[in-house]
Ligand binder design. Structure first.
Ligand SMILES: [Zn+2]
Length: 216
């Protein structure tokens, strides 16, 4: 299968686009180009509408992006269709995903580097699991929350760059923070607003930090 043209890489704010249907198989639809972000890599897949058909999830199979339709799709190969992602949901995911990177930076500043064991962001919250024995001290988490919220209002630009030594790897950059990430992000920390942090214990030797948006 040919790789799908990923419109969200160049413009994460693109919400409506036109595309051609390349394949329809059961509930799966493949397009020549898409702004729907596929799940995997820790960010939830997008939902939305393709030619009047409700998209409930988006997934990746190698370089191919697969849109999962709620009912049997009323689409045929070769159709040119209007598409729209659920922008409100995606924008919250973008704000939370950017917030999660910033939270991690300041968490490491506060506690030293903690190995991240996994993470997932959807429209409700970001969940990041770290290797940690015992309980994350609440006063440290409170401090991180304050520092992150102060940082957000300073209005730092967020950019995506590349490292010539690692072709195909996208580098997320904000102030002095850099990390590899293929997800979709806001352009400036001001868009995120204030966040709230909460700890959970998902199992022995692990601590989870949940990041949520304080205002909608
Ligand atoms: Zn990321």
């Amino acid at each position: 299968m040919p790789p799908t043209e990923r419109l969200y890489d160049d413009d994460p704010y693109l919400r409506e686009f036109r595309a051609r249907v390349l394949r329809v198989d059961g509930y799966e639809v493949e397009l020549d180009r898409t702004a729907f972000y596929p799940g995997g890599g820790g960010q939830a897949g997008d939902s939305g509408v393709i030619g009047g058909n409700r998209v409930v999830d988006t997934q990746k199979d190698g370089g191919t992006i697969i849109h999962i339709i709620e009912k049997t799709p009323s689409l045929s190969v070769g159709d040119e269709v209007g598409c729209e992602i659920d922008w409100e949901r995606r924008y919250r995911i973008m704000r939370l995903h950017s917030a999660a990177h910033i939270m991690e930076h300041f968490l490491w500043n506060q506690l030293g580097h903690l190995k991240r064991l996994g993470s997932h962001v959807d429209e409700k919250k970001d969940r990041a699991d770290y290797a940690f024995e015992g309980r994350l001290p609440p006063e440290d988490l409170k401090r991180v929350e304050e520092v992150v919220n102060d940082f957000m209002v300073e209005g730092h630009d967020i950019r995506i760059g590349a490292n010539p030594a690692q072709p195909g790897i996208r580098i997320w950059m904000c102030a002095e923070i850099e990390m590899p990430c293929g997800g979709t992000h806001v352009r400036n920390t001001e868009e995120i607003g204030k966040i709230r942090l909460k700890r959970k214990n998902p199992g022995k030797g692990k601590e989870r930090v949940e990041t949520s948006l304080r205002l909608d």
